[in-house]
Ligand binder design. Structure first.
Ligand SMILES: Cc1cc2nc3c(=O)[nH]c(=O)nc-3n(C[C@H](O)[C@H](O)[C@H](O)COP(=O)(O)OP(=O)(O)OC[C@H]3O[C@@H](n4cnc5c(N)ncnc54)[C@H](O)[C@@H]3O)c2cc1C
Length: 469
């Protein structure tokens, strides 16, 4: 609701029309404010479209935002069966597209509108006095030239899909990586569908150890069964393949647990050639093959492949936020208060206590990160977390502090709870102790020091350091 001092409803610019950006818009509308959603792609859900072939590991009940659901129900929508698992394509067709086209949100979305910069009207980054009282200026390109709009608050929900990490083990592109782009794909190419012809009958290496790498490797083994001559190589930076097998039956997201278990079996059965300790340093050509090298000199080795799929995660793009005052964890590139909860150096557990406006706010008043981007480089983001984030953020923007502080979510456990691995350094071990670890579901208290799981909170209440798992 507009507050008494400003009868004009606030305008909230929402950057990105993915699941979380659209949910943010639904909450803004519900509170009587004006959302303006700017989406770079030609259609909403542009990032989800790139992985539309991938089955979600969480069922429908964890994929739908409540404010969005209320808008959809009012428009005569039939909700999908809560316990079924949609693909990315079904998420678009049965939820995101109806939300964007059949509810009042449709008048607030601008597609083909790539945000290029955000600033504060009349204030460069250095200037402080009176800064908080001025609106934001948002510049974007829509094919007709540069456009600009003003907004009272900004929610950056632009995700990370379009800024994948490179193959290079040191975080930089491997030498030669840029030159060999035509044989390299990032993320999760549709190897059984749209891009089948590119991979069938070829030797394909997949680099990475997360869910995207595993999903692609499983699909490539299916392709191998159907298309003779297909060979699958898993390039792993670490030395322990079993770390990628996940929580199995302990994962409350059963489909995610099953994915890890199915993958483990394929590796045990020798369907996938595994190269551990492979830290990509060079990529070049050897005749018709791509030569992917790890290390140099007498310790160096290489694989010769037709195609390389790089699934080493994603990183947020801050280039267009150069004029916004940001505070970010130096490693994870997320709001600092979130870092100990999601930093994979500290624990691999995906059980993250729900959080909202307080954790996601930035030194720039009225500016918030939400969705996948709010996790920076951490890989464990869940849509449901994002929906709770934007409920709280929008309450904060509306001036409803009580609702902003309240936590309305219990997240499913991953069952994958480990402390720092053998490669973690001592500083990380210290941080792990301070942060506690994982055991039991995420607690529902918003208190940042309480811990990341029920067992951790209980142990601290009993005067111990934390659950220590
Ligand atoms: C393969 C895969 C499977 C996943 N499965 C699950 C799952 O089962 N369950 C789950 O809970 N989570 C899952 N996730 C994680 C996460 O929930 C999704 O990535 C989700 O799409 C994140 O939503 P988002 O709105 O934050 O970002 P995105 O969906 O990435 O949306 C961001 C949007 O911003 C737009 N954009 C980017 N830059 C700009 C710009 N400069 N200007 C304007 N617009 C811009 C993009 O085009 C995009 O449409 C999965 C992720 C991946 C990659």
């Amino acid at each position: 609701m507009p507050d008494a001092l400003s009868p004009k409803p606030k305008t909230v610019a929402i950057l990105g029309a993915g699941p979380v950006g659209l949910a943010a818009a639904a909450h803004v509308l519900e509170r009587g404010m004006q959302p303006v959603v700017l989406e770079a792609g030609p259609q909403i859900g542009h990032a989800v479209r790139q992985w539309s072939h991938v089955p979600l590991f969480s069922p429908w009940e964890y994929a739908i935002d409540r404010a969005s659901e209320r808008l959809l129900v009012a428009a005569g929508w039939n909700s999908p069966p809560p316990h079924q698992y949609p693909t990315g394509g079904e998420l678009l067709a049965q939820y995101l597209e109806p939300l964007a086209t059949r509810t009042p949100l449709k008048d607030h979305i601008r597609t083909s509108s790539m945000v290029t910069s955000v600033g504060r009207a009349g204030f460069d980054k250095m200037k402080s006095n009176g800064r908080a009282f001025e609106p934001f200026t948002i510049r974007y390109q829509n094919g007709k030239g540069p456009e600009q709009l003003k907004a009272d608050a900004v929610i950056d929900a632009t995700g990370t899909w379009f800024s994948p990490n490179p193959a290079g083990a040191d975080g930089l592109p491997a030498i030669g990586e840029r030159e060999q782009q035509e044989r390299i794909a990032y993320g999760m190419p549709d190897v059984l569908g749209r891009e089948r012809a590119r991979y069938a009958g070829r030797t394909v290496a997949v680099l990475g150890a997360g869910h995207s790498a595993i999903g692609t490797l499983i699909e490539l083994v299916r392709l191998k069964d159907e298309a003779p001559g297909t060979e699958v190589i898993w390039l792993l930076r670490g030395t322990a393949p079993e770390k990628a097998f996940g929580g199995g039956a302990n994962d409350k997201l059963a489909a995610r647990g099953a994915l890890g278990a199915a993958f483990a079996k394929l590796v045990m059965d020798g369907k996938i050639c595994v190269e551990t300790g492979f830290r990509v340093s060079h990529i070049g050509r050897e005749g018709d093959k791509l030569r992917v090298g790890s290390g140099s000199g007498s310790c160096g080795r290489f694989v010769a492949v037709d195609e390389l799929v790089v699934a080493t995660g994603f990183r947020p793009d801050f280039d267009f936020l150069r004029e916004v005052r940001l505070s970010l964890d130096p490693a994870v590139e997320c709001p600092p208060i979130l870092a100990p909860l999601i930093d994979p150096n500290i624990h691999s557990c995906g059980t993250v206590r729900p959080h909202g406006a307080r954790e996601l706010a930035q030194p720039e008043p009225g500016f918030y990160f939400a969705g996948m981007k709010s996790y920076g480089r951490a890989p464990t983001f869940l849509m449901l977390t994002g929906y709770e984030q934007v409920r709280s953020i929008v309450a904060d923007i509306a001036g409803d502090r009580e609702a902003a502080e309240r936590v309305e979510l219990v997240l499913p456990e991953t069952g994958v709870c480990s402390g720092p691995g053998p490669e973690a350094n001592l500083a990380d071990v210290g941080k792990a102790d301070a942060a506690g670890c994982c055991g039991g579901p995420a607690p529902t208290t918003p208190d940042a020091v309480s811990g990341c799981c029920v067992a951790d909170v209980k142990a601290k209440q009993d005067g111990k350091k934390g659950c220590g798992c």
